[in-house]
Design a protein around this ligand. Structure first.
Ligand SMILES: C=C(O[C@@H]1C=C(C(=O)O)C=C[C@H]1O)C(=O)O
Length: 163
C-alpha cells in the first residue's frame, strides 16, 4: 500500500481510536460516564513525559493527544447514541475498563514514538494532504463507518505543525 512519511502517525492514531469501541461498550454496561477528566490528565501527563524521554516536544505531544481524546469521545458518544436508538445493536458484554486502558496505553506509546520520529516530516508542506489521504486509506482498510472516519478526522488536525 501507499506509504508516506506521516502514515505511521495516522496508522497508530487509528489503532488507538479503534479501542474506543471497547471503551464505549464497557461504559455502556457499567453506566460509567464517557468523559473522565482525571484519566484524561493522566494520559496527557504520561505522553508528555514519554515525549521528553524521546527528545520530542512535550507540549506538542499534549496538543496532539488532546485531539486523540476528543476523537475517542466522538466515537464513544456516537456509539452510545446509536445503541440508545437501536438497543438490539447494543453490546451485552465487555471487558473491564482497566484492562482496556492497558491496551490504550500501549497504543498511545506507539503513537508517541511515531510522532517523535516524524518532527521534520510533519513540518513539510505536504503533511496536511498526506494526513488527509492517509486517513481515508486507513479508514477504508479498516472498514471504518462514517462515525469512525469522522472520529479519525477529529484526531488529526494538530499533527502537521505550523512552523
Ligand atoms: C478512552 C476513555 O474515554 C475518554 C477518553 C480518554 C482517552 O482517549 O484517553 C480518556 C478519558 C475519557 O475522557 C477512557 O475513559 O479511558
Amino acid at each position: 500500500t501507499t506509504q508516506t512519511p506521516v502514515r505511521p502517525v495516522v496508522h497508530y492514531a487509528a489503532d488507538r481510536l479503534a479501542i474506543a469501541d471497547l471503551v464505549a461498550a464497557s461504559k455502556w454496561i457499567s453506566g460509567a460516564p464517557i468523559e473522565d477528566p482525571v484519566r484524561e490528565q493522566q494520559v496527557l501527563d504520561d505522553v508528555a513525559r514519554q515525549a521528553e524521554e524521546l527528545g520530542a516536544d512535550p507540549d506538542e505531544m499534549r496538543t496532539i493527544f488532546r485531539d486523540q481524546i476528543e476523537a475517542s469521545k466522538v466515537v464513544q458518544n456516537g456509539l452510545h447514541r446509536r445503541w440508545r436508538q437501536h438497543p438490539s445493536q447494543a453490546p451485552t458484554e465487555a471487558p473491564g475498563l482497566e484492562k482496556i486502558r492497558d491496551k490504550i496505553n500501549v497504543a498511545s506509546s506507539a503513537l508517541v514514538h511515531a510522532v517523535a520520529d516524524t518532527a521534520k516530516e510533519r513540518a513539510r508542506l505536504g503533511c496536511r494532504i498526506e494526513v488527509t489521504v492517509g486517513a481515508v486509506v486507513e479508514s477504508h482498510e479498516r472498514h471504518f463507518d462514517a462515525l469512525h472516519l469522522a472520529g479519525l478526522g477529529r484526531a488529526l488536525p494538530s499533527v502537521c505543525h505550523r512552523t
